[in-house]
Design a protein around this ligand. Structure first.
Ligand SMILES: NC(=O)c1ccc[n+]([C@@H]2O[C@H](COP(=O)([O-])OP(=O)(O)OC[C@H]3O[C@@H](n4cnc5c(N)ncnc54)[C@H](OP(=O)(O)O)[C@@H]3O)[C@@H](O)[C@H]2O)c1
Length: 338
């Protein structure tokens, strides 16, 4: 059977997506971005991946977040994305903002991991080949490498931009002090950091607590929140137990041990607040991150287009009254769960 030519929805920029400026840059990112950590590897069907990617773009999601090691297997999410670039997204390259990263274990031996120049230079070339791209929009150092001089990692990122292989650079999961030095190095070399990517959700508010959020703002960088639904915990799916085919049932990255009675009580209580707001828990959890200007974009994962639709509805109401915020705080501090 021949595949029909993909034509993106004509109303994709009027479908409800809003765009926020990444720090003090010229770049606007969608409030909701799509990540390919899970659900796009070679263990997933190409047809399903294609459906989700088309659905996202049709709804104004222009930012797709990848890394060299996303899959499984390592590299296979980039290969999947490359296939979609070739078959359907190619003509729309200038409407897409594509990121990749290097720094976690990717290939065997001493050069396939962490932050040496050797590793980063090889990794970006591999990523571009797998995705069939001439350049990525943002290249991240995926994690801070305490053993490699920070200047070496940062200079490699600067050179990757100078070589035209990335338009911008970003930092992922850097601790506060190292992030401060990295921001400074990049700015001094005329490649200011576009965005900091960190885990941020109702259950994990470390970026606010450790001042990483505030630091990004002061440095003129955007803040991009990953795992905004705590890998699915912040949805109604685990209230009645662990559904088959859920990330927790697969158990590799989200372990059943995470679903303690306390966590379940909190999910239940948060779900009650969400319902009173007329939202699902997933919608409320995303809306909470977007309630003020601190977060540029939230990167969701989605194993179906239905989940994506649920998540996109978050944008309809990102306002919270004082009382709702107090109620949420009470739940999170354990005061409001039976
Ligand atoms: N920089 C880094 O180090 C780093 C680390 C982690 C992630 N990230 C980026 O962030 C992206 C998102 O991370 P994440 O996948 O952990 O995000 P998440 O949005 O917190 O979790 C996504 C998972 O939650 C479940 N889910 C999503 N929407 C749902 C809904 N409406 N109802 C019920 N279940 C729902 C799905 O899992 P199931 O259906 O399979 O249960 C889905 O795959 C990644 O793809 C990656 O791009 C970056």
């Amino acid at each position: 059977m021949t595949e029909s030519v993909y034509r993106p929805a004509e109303n994709r920029y009027q479908a409800g997506m809003k765009y926020r400026r990444a720090g003090q840059s010229g770049v606007l990112l969608p409030e909701i971005s799509l990540g390919l950590w899970h659900n796009f590897g070679d263990v997933d069907t190409l047809a399903g991946s294609r459906r989700k990617l088309h659905h996202a773009f049709d709804h104004g999601i222009t930012h797709f977040d990848l890394a060299n090691n996303y899959g499984p297997a390592n590299g296979s999410a980039e290969e999947t994305f490359g296939r979609i670039m070739k078959s359907s997204f190619g003509p729309y390259r200038d409407e897409l903002f594509i990121s990749t990263k290097a720094g976690h274990d990717m290939w065997p031996g001493p050069y396939g991991t962490w932050g040496s120049r050797k590793s980063l230079m090889a990794s970006i070339d591999q990523s571009l080949r797998r995705m069939g791209l001439e350049y990525v929009d943002i290249f991240y150092s995926h994690r801070y490498d305490p053993e490699t001089p920070l200047e070496e990692t940062m200079q490699a990122m600067v050179d990757i931009v100078r070589q035209g292989k990335a338009l911008y650079v970003g930092l992922s999961k850097y601790p506060y002090e190292a992030a401060g030095r990295a921001y400074q190095y990049l700015r001094q070399h005329d490649v200011p950091c576009l965005a900091y990517q960190g885990r941020y959700n109702l259950f994990d508010q470390a970026p606010a607590r450790t001042h990483i959020l505030e630091q990004a703002r002061q440095q003129g960088a955007g803040f991009i929140a990953f795992s905004p639904l705590a890998q699915g915990l912040l949805t109604a799916k685990y209230i009645e137990g662990i559904p088959q085919n859920s990330r927790m049932a697969r158990g590799a990255f989200l372990k059943p041990e995470a679903l303690t009675p306390e966590v379940r009580a909190r999910i239940q209580a948060l779900n009650g607040i969400a319902l009173r707001r007329g939202q699902t828990l997933a919608e409320m959890a995303l809306a909470w991150l977007l309630k003020d200007g601190q977060v540029t974009s939230v990167i969701i994962g989605a194993s179906s287009t239905e989940q994506m639709d649920d998540n996109l509805k978050a944008l309809r109401n990102t306002d919270f009254c004082e009382e709702e915020l107090n109620e949420i705080d009470k739940v999170l501090s354990g005061q409001a769960c039976e």
